[in-house]
Ligand binder design. Sequence first.
Ligand code: ADP
Ligand code: MG
Length: 571
Amino acid sequence: MIIGIDLGTTNSLASAWLHGKPTLIPNALGEYLTPSCVSIDEDGQVLVGRAARDRLQTHPARSASVFKRYMGSGRALDLAGKGYHPEELSALVLRSLKADAEAMLGHEITEAIITVPAYFSDAQRKATRTAGQLAGLKVDRLLNEPTAAALAYGLHEAAPESQFLVFDLGGGTFDVSVLQMFEGVMEVRASAGDNMLGGEDFTQLLVHGYFAHSGVPETALDDASFRQRLIARADIAKRELAGNAPVTIALHWRDEEYSWTTDATQFARSAEALLARLWRPVEGALRDARIPASELNNVVLAGGATRMPLVRQQATRMFGRFPESTLDPDHVVALGAAVQAGLRMKDAALDDIVMTDVCPYSMGVEVAQHLPDGSRVSGFYSVVIERNTVVPTSRVGRYHPTAANQTAIDLQIYQGESRLVRDNIKLGSIEVPITRRNGQGGEVDVRFTYDANGLLEVEVVEIATSARHQLLITSSGHELSQAEIAERLKILSALKIHPRDTLANRSLLAEAERVFQLLLGANRDRFGQWVGLFEQALASQDERLITDRAAQLRRVIAQIEANGFLELEPV
Ligand code: ADP
Ligand code: MG
């Protein structure tokens, strides 16, 4: 049996084709969404999902998240003193989903269809396959996320020739893809996006609103634990604002309550700038695909953040129609992967063509910027080739040295869409000598040539002397070799994933630890006692006692999350 997996930046899900329909697979906590977070416990056991997300705050050095951003980059993340590639961290998430599937289906699972963003480069796709391999899963195929969303809606059974747009707003990224169905083949015609725009930005609006209007003293801004509680509350408020009733965020800081009430209208006003940013990628993708909005047969919503009525209204306005949204948007990609698995098992594979005729990323160099106060700051990204440019392509940018008597320019080359180079992926560097005296001369033209095979050539020419320097970047990423994979496999198999049957209790403890760190003084002591009672129950192995104390502890935590302190009597 082949399972489907949506390996997301924020959340991941597993699915299967069962009894003639796509079905989601719950994790050990009974939830479909497993946060894409990994943490290594003090005893070397791996925690994946909700517990790991809580431990990001209590044990940051032992926990990792958002590693999907770095797939195929060769960058290693430090976790409990050891370096792990994003492939390996993804493999741990996959292993946990595989175990969930095996628990539900009752047999071993060795094959999966994994979804990837349409814009993923060859290196990122290879890295995703490697992650599967490291998790003991043969990756039957990689499926583009927008194609999966279309499959979930059965669009492959629609008119033989149709075109649609998938509008996917996740936790931190916005992806727009225009797909075309032609002679039984579904093809991504163009993709565009903003990888600095997602549901979390809407949460931040409420965080800022609270600071501006609740009257909380400015010093609370520096209190990390207060901010953390506020973000958690703001995320809930964001969901509550789907209704018409006003929503109040009331939090305690240093024994004083500060509250702010907002409503959907006010939220809509503050979100205008974010909502406006949804336009550009949509227009870009339609322009690149050369399809006017009026000729789209369908618009499909995906990603948890499209549950916000505000986002839906904006999408309706953009396309002059109601988008498809009968399925839960944060399930559609996983459901579509299950449909593809079903088709594969019936041998009726739907060929999913990956666009290869556009360069999936922007590419550019690091530059310094002069700020209005006269200072100079480096680390900024200047794009030479824009994402989605048809390949082959060649573009040039002119750059000036920054220091008065500089003798060389050290060009750092990156791919990505972020404003700061540290958030992009480094491809290479080239140092060229220049002639510059007393702040004069030394300008260079930097030409990027990108061919259809994904080879990037960087040519630097000093204007004054016509001196030429070249650098060829062969792969847009770093692949693990077979030998490295074998070696990493050994290391990974030594890591034990926390057993599913006790994961719910372990997750509750991780959450309690996070909450404990939010508290101070007497509240902390009192809460520590509640946690102690739960631990005592765990040690007794008395199932009933464990269930009772777990419920008790959950109630206490809920109260703290709402108020910041305990009103309950001490234990
Ligand atoms: P990704 O594809 O990045 O893994 P998801 O599709 O799971 O992400 O989307 C996660 C985002 O969706 C988060 O920012 C979360 O706050 C947001 N979200 C989920 N449910 C809702 C809801 N009911 N209302 C508003 N936002 C939501
Ligand atoms: Mg997603």
